[in-house]
Design a protein around this ligand. Structure first.
Ligand SMILES: *[C@@H]1O[C@H](CO)[C@@H](O)[C@H](O)[C@H]1NC(C)=O
Ligand SMILES: *[C@@H]1O[C@H](CO)[C@@H](O)[C@H](O)[C@H]1NC(C)=O
Ligand SMILES: *[C@@H]1O[C@H](CO)[C@@H](O)[C@H](O)[C@H]1NC(C)=O
Length: 239
């Protein structure tokens, strides 16, 4: 798998749970198991490839950490993030030089090995449409990641906006030829909003999920649009 340099931007907007202590999680590989508490950083990966490449024998959805998938030998890209637990973060992936449709157009979020969790593949882009906004929910039980899933709003955030098309009654998409670098002028960078649910290893409840639910009527992307802080990270082979 090639290394991908991505622009990762994360900003905290949930002020309530002001950091009561620092990181205690020293697991930095997305393919290792860990248990977290609030205030920890948590490392997970997102793999970009074709939908079929995430399945073994076209039937069993495996974690990209599972060597049986041979994702590394396929046309794929990997990106690693380390958000802080229970803080609402927006991950931003700059697509000015990275066209997801060149890598199959789908993504899977994942973490863990023995306790491997992976999201269903999410459609990002083909030559016709590009989806730019996602919400990823990370569900923990006693600090162990159990589940990763994409939360859809049924196109509520783009209703009435003629720049968008509603795909499959779930995703707001831009026409790919409207994107910068593809003949158009729209910045089609990917925004992935994170939300945490469940409990940490001390059974403290993770709340950011409820805050996202309450804010759904606002476009979070708008809130982040004038981000000042950014971080460019390059990661190497985790497999
Ligand atoms: C996948 O297919 C191969 C060859 O057809 C077979 O040997 C193997 O048992 C299959 N694995 C699963 C998990 O179905
Ligand atoms: C993406 O990268 C390009 C080139 O480095 C830069 O001009 C552009 O401002 C970046 N976009 C965002 C949203 O950061
Ligand atoms: C792109 O994806 C959309 C939605 O899944 C589909 O309707 C369309 O046919 C696809 N276009 C191409 C060129 O594959």
């Amino acid at each position: 798998m090639q290394t991908l340099t991505l622009l990762v931007v994360a900003l905290t907007i949930a002020g309530g749970a002001a950091a009561l202590g620092g990181n205690t999680n020293n697991v930095y590989s997305p393919c290792s198991d860990t248990r977290i508490q609030r205030s920890d950083g948590f490392t997970f990966g997102i793999a970009f490839s074709s939908r079929a490449s995430f399945f073994l024998n076209q039937t069993v959805l495996l974690s990209p950490c599972d060597r049986r998938l041979t994702l590394a030998a396929m046309n794929s890209q990997l990106s690693i993030f380390r958000p802080k637990i229970d803080e609402i973060s927006l991950l931003s992936i700059n697509t000015s030089a990275f066209f997801p449709d060149n890598y199959g157009g789908y993504m899977v979020a994942f973490a863990g090995r023995k306790y491997a969790a992976r999201s269903p593949p999410a459609f990002i882009a083909n030559s016709t449409y590009t989806v730019t906004s996602f919400t990823l929910v990370m569900e923990f039980q006693k600090g162990r990641l159990q589940n990763l899933f994409w939360k859809r709003d049924g196109c509520a955030s783009c209703k009435g906006n003629s720049n968008f098309v509603c795909l499959n009654k779930q995703d707001c998409a831009i026409r790919t030829p409207s994107c910068k670098g593809r003949g158009g002028t729209v910045d089609c960078s990917l925004g992935i909003q994170l939300a945490f649910s469940g409990t940490d290893k001390h059974l403290a409840v993770l709340n950011s999920w409820y805050e996202v639910e309450n804010m759904k009527q606002y476009s979070l992307y708008g809130l982040y649009s004038n981000l000042k802080s950014s971080l460019t990270s390059q990661f190497n082979n985790f497999f």
